[in-house]
Design a binder for this molecule. Structure first.
Ligand SMILES: NC(=O)c1ccc[n+]([C@@H]2O[C@H](COP(=O)([O-])OP(=O)(O)OC[C@H]3O[C@@H](n4cnc5c(N)ncnc54)[C@H](O)[C@@H]3O)[C@@H](O)[C@H]2O)c1
Length: 421
């Protein structure tokens, strides 16, 4: 198929490049010319294991442009992957989605080929039909379901293993108004042999939020229980292993730590809270999920202060990305931890294999060190991201507060405290 993917960020790059790998011709569109140049040079603008190799392997099937209208006119299927960040009140900022919808509509005005538009960006229930479709119809002078089709195909990738997730997904959710759209998406994903769940557009939008809200709640629940276990001298990990064996519960995403970050869980839970309030429902459980997640990273500093007065002390931080395997720092737990350390007068030295440049653009006032071992050698270290390489450092002379279970640190450190263990 001829496909245009609008927005070459984490979702757009993974989707576009992986669709090329299964034989489709893809035009990646972004308004940021630097991202397009990076793609042209054979590198993905976002780090995901295996993505660069797929980009190079499939370069003949991948083109780039900054011109949405041109890309739409040259393709039969357009997939919208632009960001949907959070407004201050928790609602979703739809400016990128609306701008893109207007451009797609304009492209359709001058071109009579029948095409399908798929929304992959995470948007609240009702957004596609009540906000995006009217823009497309207004700008194109055409009717959804008659002159073009619209569908919703939420994305469930996990950053850090997004390529693997694309090819081995648990399910593909397709929200569509008619059989024609379902058939287009069947053809799009046929090679993957993945189960496809067909539903309405509104339900597909809701499925994405409920999935993320459930996983986020499971993590906050694990953290609350983890805090309880540590205080009572109970082995948190053994408890979760025993509980997770129950298939109704499952061991996945069921571990205590310093909480969830990233571009999705915090904003999607907040958006669902906002949505619930609009429906007149009081989302107490979701609010508690966020509240637990906000306080959990700061527990690192409470534990550290049991052993040390941190004012004017050098404190090392290992890991800045919100999780290993990605350079993404959005909502990383490193932010509240480092801000609190600085507020309490500490001098912070930090290391991350991928995220130091982007992190330093937001927090410039700390020392970024190119060697993880040098950070450990400061004598006091907080482990914030579980990069595998942190299992190969020498912790013998360090006081370690561990948010992520680095076993070597647990074995070797002079003083060791796990966040919930
Ligand atoms: N990152 C994830 O793990 C993930 C997972 C599932 C769903 N999602 C959802 O997918 C969507 C995209 O997320 P992301 O992380 O890829 O965002 P991102 O910020 O990494 O990428 C969005 C891209 O869209 C581009 N863009 C914005 N406006 C544009 C325009 N008018 N024309 C062309 N390009 C434009 C931006 O330049 C950027 O490169 C969001 O709704 C997000 O909630 C993200």
């Amino acid at each position: 198929m001829q496909i245009s993917v609008i927005g070459a960020g984490y979702v757009g790059c993974v989707t576009g490049i992986c669709l090329a790998e299964i034989g489709h011709n893809v035009i990646l569109v972004d308004k940021d010319p630097r991202k397009l140049e990076t793609i042209l040079s054979g590198k993905s603008p976002v780090f995901e294991c295996g993505l660069d190799n797929l980009l190079i392997k499939n370069h003949q099937r991948i083109r780039t442009t900054g011109n949405i209208q041109k890309a739409v006119c040259e393709t039969e299927l357009t997939i919208v992957c632009v960001g949907t960040p959070q407004n201050e009140d928790g609602s979703t900022d739809l400016q990128f989605v609306k701008n893109v919808a207007a451009s797609i509509g304009k492209a359709m005005e001058s071109d009579n080929r029948f095409r399908t538009i798929i929304i992959k960006s995470t948007v609240l229930p009702g957004t596609t039909e009540n906000i995006i479709v009217p823009i497309l119809e207004r700008e194109s002078g055409k009717r959804a379901g008659e002159d073009f089709d619209i569908g919703m195909n939420p994305e469930f990738l996990k950053e850090g293993c997004a390529v693997e997730d694309f090819f081995h997904t648990d399910r593909i959710v397709v929200g569509a108004q008619n059989q024609k759209t379902r058939t287009v998406l069947d053809n799009l994903y046929r090679q993957l042999n993945a189960p496809i769940f067909y539903t309405s557009i509104k339900n597909a939008e809701m499925i994405k939020y409920v999935s993320n809200a459930f996983l986020a709640t499971k993590i906050s629940f694990a953290n609350e229980i983890g805090n309880m276990c540590k205080a009572a001298g109970i082995d948190t990990d053994e408890v979760f292993s025993g509980v997770g064996m129950d298939t109704r519960i499952s061991p996945h995403f069921f571990r205590s730590g310093i909480g969830f970050g990233g571009s999705c869980f915090p904003k999607d839970v907040n958006a669902l809270i906002h949505f619930a309030e609009l429906q007149g429902v009081d989302p107490r459980l979701l609010r508690a999920t966020i509240a637990t997640n906000d306080t959990q990273p700061l527990k690192m500093i409470t534990l550290l202060k049991k052993h040390l007065d941190i004012n004017r002390k050098k404190i090392g931080v290992l890991g800045l990305a919100f999780k290993p395997g990605t350079d993404d720092i959005r909502e990383s737990r490193a932010f509240p931890i480092i801000r609190q350390l600085l507020q309490e007068g500490a001098e912070v030295l930090a290391y991350d294999p991928l995220a130091m440049v982007s992190f330093s653009a937001i927090i410039p006032g700390i020392q970024y060190i190119s060697s993880a071992q040098d950070v450990v050698n400061t004598g006091t270290v907080l482990i914030v991201t579980e990069w595998e390489e942190f299992e190969h450092l020498d912790y013998h002379s360090a006081l370690v507060i561990d948010g992520r279970r680095i076993r070597k640190a647990q074995k070797e450190a002079v003083i060791y405290e796990g966040i919930c263990w």
